[in-house]
Ligand binder design. Structure first.
Ligand code: GDP
Ligand code: ZN
Length: 297
């Protein structure tokens, strides 16, 4: 029987099979193969006790994506939440997370939250920069009661048929957004309405919540941002989406796009084809990754 791991507490797994949930351990053979099941894994299980919903994991299906910390597999979409005000937008972090999403092969979506606090609409500029690159940007007011202006409906549409994980600094409104999404959902199962009641800070393990069939949100405790240090600094240009196709124009193989002459990226920058703040943040992230690389081994 095929199921989905929706929760993991030490070596116990909760596995969803249609509308039933089984508790299972993994077969010993996984340890020998040095693979541990993680939340998000599609698994083959054998039922041991139908009445008490006990099972054992027999096989882990190949993963399409894998995140090391927190351990999650088969995430298809990363929701990168940025606050317009309070706290002010952290675009350096956003660019790091975008690069990481590209590196992992997971589609990123940018959510600009708390637009109600940004009276001068400074977020419009941010929206433009990232839309020009080709990213989807959604404006939200998570605190707003359900209405057409909150952006929650649009976000929900984006989440559909994906396994979604939220990322962003503490205080940007991730919990408020997730709760608004669930509030807005007609619940069929206790599982979802439970999340509403419990609110934040009560999850002790990574968990997948089902919004509807084929749509999930990963909830991870104490997790706000991903550690991107596994990206090789020399490869960072591959993960800056608008830089990647321009690298062929660089005169030097292995061009860092920082000091070299006849650089495709710098030329595009001069022609206004690349946003200069994006370029500045590229240089900053490059230097940070390079510095970290010194201490890697
Ligand atoms: P998290 O740390 O990312 O989960 O952030 P929270 O969801 O806990 O939100 C942090 C604070 O911002 C809370 O006091 C929320 O009520 C508030 N907040 C969240 N979204 C909005 C919004 O769209 N507008 C305003 N004005 N406040 C918001
Ligand atoms: Zn270059």
């Amino acid at each position: 029987m095929q199921g989905l791991i929706v929760e993991n507490i030490s070596n116990l797994y909760k596995i969803k099979v249609q509308n039933k949930t089984y508790e299972a351990n993994a077969r010993g053979k996984f340890k020998k193969e040095e693979i541990t099941p993680v939340v998000g894994d599609k698994v083959e299980i054998q039922i041991l006790d139908e009445e008490n919903k006990k099972a054992v994991i027999e096989k882990i299906e190949p993963r399409t994506t894998y995140i090391k910390r927190p351990k999650m597999s088969n995430i298809t979409q990363l929701i990168l939440v940025v606050s317009s005000k309070n706290p002010k937008p952290d675009l350096l972090l956003l660019d790091k997370q975008l690069a990481f999403a590209e590196y992992l092969g997971i589609k990123p979506i940018i959510v600009l939250n708390k637009t109600d606090l940004d009276k001068k609409k400074e977020f419009e500029k941010i929206k433009e920069i990232y839309q020009n690159i080709g990213y989807t940007v959604i404006e939200t007011i998570a605190k707003e009661q359900e209405n057409n202006l909150s952006g929650i409906q649009e976000l929900k549409k984006q989440l559909k048929n994906n396994v979604n994980a939220f990322s962003g600094n503490s205080g940007v409104g991730k919990s408020t957004l997730i709760n608004a999404i669930f509030k807005d959902t007609i619940t069929q199962e206790g599982e979802i309405s439970q999340r509403n009641k419990k609110g934040k800070n009560t999850t002790t393990s990574t968990k997948l919540y089902e919004i509807d069939e084929n749509t999930y949100i990963a909830d991870t405790p104490g997790f706000s941002t991903f550690d991107i240090s596994e990206i090789e600094y020399k490869e960072l240009d591959k993960y800056f989406k608008e830089f990647k196709p321009l690298v062929v124009n660089c005169e030097f193989v292995g061009c860092t796009h920082i000091k070299e002459e006849n650089c495709g990226i710098k030329n595009a920058l001069q022609q206004g084809k690349i946003d200069s703040s994006r370029y500045d943040r590229f240089c900053k992230i490059y230097e940070e990754l390079k510095e970290k690389d010194k201490y890697k081994y």
